[in-house]
Design a binder for this molecule. Structure first.
Ligand SMILES: C[S@@+](CC[C@H](N)C(=O)[O-])C[C@H]1O[C@@H](n2cnc3c(N)ncnc32)[C@H](O)[C@@H]1O
Length: 290
């Protein structure tokens, strides 16, 4: 790699950070309640009462950067009907409150299943959507699986997230060389190793990066214009942040953008057996669109 690489994927943020003893900013129960309502309305994320310290630690940076001395004043500015804070600050607010933990080949059995599926399909065109893609390790794992199956030419991959900051990292494709989940063979086949100032970093090879179309997408949006219907959707470890009503709404929308018989891959602790008229369980955390 020649150019100096930008920052690699950020380490996962701790959700259980302790409330500092002497707080820099005043943050009361009413402020927390308002934040909970706003992030629920914007992103569908349900923050339970135990997340107060997390909210304080993540949003304090926004107060510092925008010059507000209390949460009440920041939130009032954010919500002001004249839109003084602007869309950019709303995006920062959302970016601060998402949790982006991910890794390469996380829940590896899905990638074995995907490889089997690709083999079974032969050269039939395949459209994959990886939503809640975070910093990119998941869609790149999909792309590696597709490349290893020799199915690049007949497969298209869309990767999306609500969080613009993690998507920028995903698009850059630069990670710490000791990133979890990559075998030495995959490191050699799909990544470039940084040298000199870039030592300690790896970058996704251009041919792998080219397989993925990254874009911002909020699962709460009413209008999903994502192009042709998908054969496979990865929606992993995001529904856990949503309440049952929101999960149902999102499942209905995912159902609408998938082909009949398409496969939905979900996270290890996510169970949608209540929605069997939409999706039937087909394997371990894999559902088939009804
Ligand atoms: C814990 S990460 C999961 C990453 C990856 N899917 C995995 O399983 O490793 C959850 C991701 O969901 C995204 N997210 C949260 N709310 C969302 C929404 N309303 N629309 C789209 N993405 C959302 C977050 O930004 C975050 O990157």
């Amino acid at each position: 790699m020649s150019a100096v690489l930008s920052t690699p994927a950020p380490a996962a943020r701790a959700d259980n950070a302790a409330v500092p003893g002497d707080q820099e900013f005043s943050f009361g129960a009413a402020d927390f309640e308002r934040v909970r309502q706003l992030i629920y309305q914007r992103a569908g994320i349900s923050l339970h009462a135990g997340k107060q310290a997390m909210v304080y630690s993540r949003l304090s940076r926004r107060l510092r950067e925008t010059g507000h001395r209390t949460f009440a004043s920041y939130l009032q500015w954010l919500e002001h009907p004249n839109g003084a804070a602007g869309d950019q600050e709303w995006q920062e607010f959302v970016n601060c409150l998402t949790t982006n933990l991910t890794s390469f080949f996380r829940e590896e059995h899905h990638f074995h299943e995907l490889a089997r599926e690709l083999k079974a399909r032969g050269t039939r065109p395949l459209r994959i959507w990886c939503n809640a893609a975070s910093t990119g390790e998941e869609p790149y794992s999909i792309a590696m699986t597709v490349a290893e199956a020799g199915a690049q030419s007949c497969t298209s991959i869309l990767a999306s997230d609500i969080d613009t900051k993690v998507l920028a990292t995903a698009t850059r494709g630069v990670y710490a060389a000791e990133a979890r989940g990559l075998t030495p063979q995959r490191l050699r086949a799909h990544f470039l190793r940084g040298k000199g100032a870039n030592a300690g970093f790896i970058r996704v090879k251009p041919e792998l990066a080219r397989m993925i179309d990254f874009r911002t997408h909020n699962l709460m949006d009413l209008n999903w214009s994502l192009g042709d219907a998908f054969d496979i959707v990865f929606c992993r470890n995001v529904m856990i942040y949503f309440d049952a009503t929101t999960q149902r709404r999102v499942l209905e929308r995912i159902h609408r953008v998938m082909k009949p018989g398409g496969l939905l891959y979900v996270g290890h602790s996510e169970n949608f057996s209540e929605a069997r008229e939409l999706f039937r369980l087909r394997g371990k955390t894999i559902y088939e669109r009804a």
